[in-house]
Design a protein around this ligand. Structure first.
Ligand SMILES: Nc1ncnc2c1ncn2[C@@H]1O[C@H](COP(=O)(O)OP(=O)(O)O)[C@@H](O)[C@H]1O
Ligand SMILES: [Mg+2]
Length: 305
């Protein structure tokens, strides 16, 4: 994205690619990281020691199990991460770190904890999602599926023309994505800043909600805490819990998102409310997504590549 973007300008629809059905590939069986963790080769043992000794990971020593460290190791080996930086955030389910990625690019590394305090709630979100039918109910499988879901949701949102962090890699319970802003000039949550031109900002958020909905997704936790801003650009983050419009609670999630967003902006002086926002967002029917291919072999969903 260029730095030339004006205040709260929408991402160009031309930058958005066509929809894919990337989540049909989701597989949460044993990963290479699990194999590395089991094998414990000498290099991994050294990496593990280095990470465990690193200041920024001190607090998490107990929550980062060997398989998580192996996932980080794999991401380093694959060149997605060059060096780890400090923590940006410690949430209920995940910790976010800044890191140096490939080609001198700053990245954000989101590490979901296998022993997440929100495990049960995560399972409930996954259970109603047709993309995750048949996911086992043990903690590890749920958290791994959740991480892949966030990656898939970011991809889908991007294709729909919604400005989200570019997903770069996913390995087990670790997601690497574009760092919005810079290490030395980090993006702020909408909740933390003085919003200039709330009308314009609202127009952008509302359009992104509509595009997401048209692509068959509902964010599910949208508010001024999951919208970040950098250099006049608004970015939607935290799509782990986003569900498809087929989810049994989709309507409820959409209502809540609309209420949160409309309330925030009406406090900034914009004349709106949840109902009006919902009407705007749902004015376009969502495209059929994730359904099995037609019996005659015709595939209604554009494929990637
Ligand atoms: N790609 C990113 N670029 C910059 N900051 C980020 C990025 N992803 C997350 N953050 C920061 O980390 C915080 C937590 O990330 P989020 O995905 O919302 O996780 P949680 O599920 O813990 O809320 C965000 O509020 C934001 O400040
Ligand atoms: Mg969040």
């Amino acid at each position: 994205m260029s730095g030339e973007r004006g205040e709260y300008e929408l991402v160009d629809p031309e930058e958005a690619e066509s929809f894919g059905d990337e989540w049909e590939e989701i597989d949460v069986t044993d990963t290479e990281a699990d194999r590395i963790a089991r094998k414990r080769d000498r290099e991994f043992t050294e990496f593990r020691k280095r990470i465990k000794d690193a200041d920024q990971f001190k607090v998490e020593q107990s929550v980062f199990d060997d398989a998580t460290l192996a996932a980080l190791y794999k991401l380093v080996q694959d060149g997605h991460v060059e060096a780890f930086g400090g923590p940006i955030s410690t949430g209920k389910e995940a910790n976010v770190y800044e890191a140096l990625g490939a080609d001198d690019r700053d990245v954000a590394v989101k590490i979901y904890r296998i022993n997440s305090s929100n495990f049960r709630q995560m399972r409930d979100y996954l259970e109603g999602d047709p993309r995750f039918e048949g996911i086992a109910s043990d903690k590890k499988a749920v958290v791994l599926a959740w991480t892949r879901k966030e990656y898939a949701n970011l991809k889908r949102a991007r294709k729909a023309g919604v400005r989200v962090p570019e997903p770069i890699a996913v390995e087990r319970n670790v997601l690497v994505m574009e760092l919005v802003g810079l290490v030395e000039d980090r993006a702020r949550r909408l909740a933390e800043v003085q919003v200039n031109n709330p009308e314009t900002a609202y127009g952008v958020v509302r359009e992104y909600m509509r595009r997401l909905y048209a692509a068959g997704l509902i964010h599910g936790d949208l508010s001024e805490y999951n919208l970040i801003i950098h250099d006049g650009e608004l970015v939607v983050i935290d799509l782990g819990q986003a569900v498809t419009v087929h989810h049994p609670n989709a309507g409820e999630f959409l209502d809540r998102d609309c209420r949160n967003v409309a309330n925030f902006f009406s406090r900034q002086g914009v004349d709106t409310d949840g109902d009006r926002l919902r009407e705007y967002v749902t004015a376009v029917e969502p495209e059929p997504q994730g359904e099995p291919p037609e019996p005659d072999g015709a595939d209604p969903v554009d494929r990637e590549e």
